[in-house]
Design a protein around this ligand. Structure first.
Ligand code: PHE
Length: 410
């Protein structure tokens, strides 16, 4: 143990020539932000769960989709890539883009890494939320750790065609078919179209639930090794089209290898940070890692559906600033609240708190001052014999504001 291996979540992984995980990233593993009550990522996850629970119920009123949010982000390279039919030479496997513990183990780069195992365990409909890791630049919208929600739904021929008149004459598969832009070789076009319709309708209902009935959605064709056809969903937000998820009809070979070759399925994977940033007006992806109460407290709502608009605060830490000054001779005309109002009017909401911490009287001035004493006081620019010390709490900006206020006052 020690230098030759990496300790993570109670396991030890031997290093090799592929190892590229850094201590900074290791320190990010295990937070489960999606499971921390009232964290914005948890809020989004809960809202998506609530939507799926109430909209899709089984024959006995049971939720159709099961939810999994506790799967370890440490996966095999086989799970992350091979199980999803990603070929050995595919560029997305690059060391430069992923965090490898060693040649066989990595931090998952997407929640799709669990599709096969969950289908193999017998599930027909599930949601899966978790942290994913990609080597990337760090800026306002990119961070090497983010969170995804995966959704999968499978259909037997009965489930798919029972909704269609004359559906009992249709079949999921066709022999000797060709792969086209619209479908895989083994699928019948009618089955694929129904699955694709259900996928798009499901996701449109989801974003309508999240963003409200006026949301505009568009579908962009794209390409994933584990779905065909594949799409990206874009949502129009403040005039821009934003990509929020990838999805498609699952590759039949994947379902076959998971023991569900007699069914068709769709899958989607959406970025939780992306959704939360749009929904709650969170300007910087790094804020999701903040433990600052000024961030976290804004998301503690009684009802998870409450609209929240994040109010930015300074990225500088809070700052205490003490100001002492002498009061004018007519000190009885001064009240503390005069000063507080002055600070508020100059500093506004940037000032968190202003309080009186001390009040003192110059003992040498307690009795009438001699001329000598008076001159000394004037040279100190002291205008009275009673002084107070005020403490303001805020960030760098607030400190400036408080100082400005004090300057005005003095
Ligand atoms: N895993 C894909 C990604 O991270 C998203 C995806 C999930 C696409 C499921 C299709 C189906 O980009």
């Amino acid at each position: 143990i020690g230098q030759d291996s990496i300790e993570l979540l109670g396991h030890s992984y031997p290093r090799d020539d592929f190892t590229n995980i850094t201590p900074k990233i290791l320190a990010k593993v295990g937070f489960h932000l999606q499971n921390q009550p009232y964290h914005p990522l948890w809020l989004i996850k809960e809202r998506i769960k609530a939507h799926f629970y109430s909209s899709y119920v089984g024959r006995w009123g049971n939720p159709l989709f099961s939810v999994h949010d506790n799967l370890s982000p440490v996966v095999t390279v086989e799970q992350n890539f091979d199980s999803l039919l990603i070929p050995p030479d595919h560029p997305c496997r690059k060391r430069g883009d992923n965090y490898y513990l060693n040649r066989t183990t990595m931090l998952r780069a997407h929640t799709s890494a669990h599709q096969r195992e969950l289908v193999r365990s017998g599930l027909d409909a599930f949601l899966l939320a978790g942290d994913v890791y990609r080597r990337d630049e760090i800026n306002a919208s990119h961070y090497p750790v983010f969170h995804q929600m995966e959704g999968v739904r499978l259909f037997s021929d009965l489930q798919l065609f029972s909704r269609v008149r004359g559906g009992d004459e249709l079949s999921l598969f066709e022999r000797g078919g060709r792969r086209t832009g619209q479908k895989q070789e083994s699928h019948s076009l009618e089955a694929v179209k129904l699955v694709e319709f259900d996928l798009k309708a499901t996701l449109t209902r989801l974003v309508t639930h999240l963003f409200g009935p006026d949301v505009e959605v568009r579908w962009v064709d794209c390409c994933f090794p584990f779905t065909h056809p594949s799409f990206e969903m874009e949502v129009r937000f403040q005039g821009d089209w934003m990509e929020v998820l990838g999805c498609g009809v699952m590759e039949q070979e994947l379902l076959l290898s998971a023991g569900a070759g007699n069914k068709l399925g769709w899958a989607f994977g959406l970025g939780l940070e992306r959704l939360a940033m749009i929904l709650y007006s969170i300007p910087d992806i790094r804020l999701f890692w903040s433990r600052d109460e000024r961030f976290l407290k804004q998301f503690r709502v009684d009802d998870i559906q409450t609209p929240i608009c994040f109010q930015p605060f300074s990225k500088y830490p809070p700052f205490h600033n003490d100001i002492s000054f002498w009061l004018p001779d007519a000190a009885d005309r001064f009240t503390e609240n005069d000063f507080y109002d002055l600070v508020r009017s100059v500093g506004g909401d940037l000032v968190e708190k202003v309080s009186l911490v001390d009040d003192f009287t110059d003992p040498s001035c307690e009795h009438r001052m001699s001329g000598e004493g008076k001159r000394k006081l004037l040279s100190e620019r002291r205008t009275g014999s009673r002084g107070i010390r005020i403490r303001s709490r805020g960030s760098f900006l607030r400190q400036l504001a408080a100082a400005a206020a004090a300057a005005v006052c003095l």
